[in-house]
Design a protein around this ligand. Structure first.
Ligand code: HPA
Length: 236
């Protein structure tokens, strides 16, 4: 049995899965970090692979950009394929002044302007999509052990990348560390199904300060450190 968006058969996807937005990053992770990785879906070129990491079955699948896209993949991964530990690996734009390009951000919670929480809970409840505490603690400890600068806190999952209305300064003043586009939906759906989810990011650009973008090589190195952290966390 497959879905309209995923041609894997039941049993082909591991309970533990990494979720990059970019399908080619899924391919890169499968080919460079997993043992015996095999492609299980390529519907719409959204690639998904299952292999193993340190002997533990692990999958990796692209989710596309934005909350509507990741919602489709994550809902099916959980409800149809039995995924139980899901870690998004992505990039974010920094808001906090003491964050720098290449730093790692762990989303403890995800504030959002998406209508998804309101559609579910109505307007009288502002539901707080939050990370799984055990995954969060493990990822934090692994990052620290690698000596990589890391911040844990609130992120903004924004609905529009090109958004002239959003007040980043206010969000920053309320302690929101960075902006990205998927974590709130991932956390919301994981909480619905009582499974574990976490979102990890490397800072790719700075929204509130002028900071020279990292080189392609630097981006690759920080991306690879984040993948290592995510894999070490997901197999615990
Ligand atoms: N906004 C949203 N998502 C992002 C950004 C950003 O500035 N940078 C990287 N992903």
């Amino acid at each position: 049995m497959s879905t309209p968006h995923n041609h894997a058969e039941k049993g082909q996807i591991a309970e533990r899965i990494l979720l990059p937005g970019d399908p080619l990053r899924a391919k890169f992770i499968a080919e460079n970090f997993l043992d015996h990785a095999e492609l299980y879906t390529s519907v719409r070129n959204v690639l998904g692979y299952t292999g193993s990491y340190k002997g533990v079955p692990v999958s990796v699948q692209g989710t596309g950009m934005g909350m509507p896209s990741i919602s489709i993949y994550v809902s099916e991964l959980i409800s149809e394929y039995g995924c139980r530990k899901l870690i998004r690996v992505g990039t974010c734009g920094a808001l906090a002044k003491d964050l720098h390009i290449r730093d790692v951000v762990i989303a403890q919670a995800a504030t959002t302007d998406s209508s998804m929480p309101t559609n579910i809970f109505g307007t009288s409840i502002n539901f707080a999509p939050i990370a799984d505490f055990d995954l969060l603690r493990t990822a934090y400890e692994k990052t620290k052990a690698l000596g990589i600068p890391v911040r844990v806190g609130n992120v903004l999952s924004q609905d529009r990348f090109y958004d002239d209305e959003i007040n980043f300064t206010k969000l920053m003043n309320y302690g929101v560390l960075a902006a990205e586009m998927e974590a709130a939906a991932l956390y919301l759906i994981a909480q619905k199904y009582h499974v574990q989810a976490l979102a990890l990011f490397t800072v790719s650009d700075h929204i509130t300060m002028d900071e020279a973008p990292s080189t392609v090589e630097e981006r690759q190195t920080s991306f690879e450190s984040m993948i290592r952290i995510a894999l070490e966390t997901v197999i615990e």
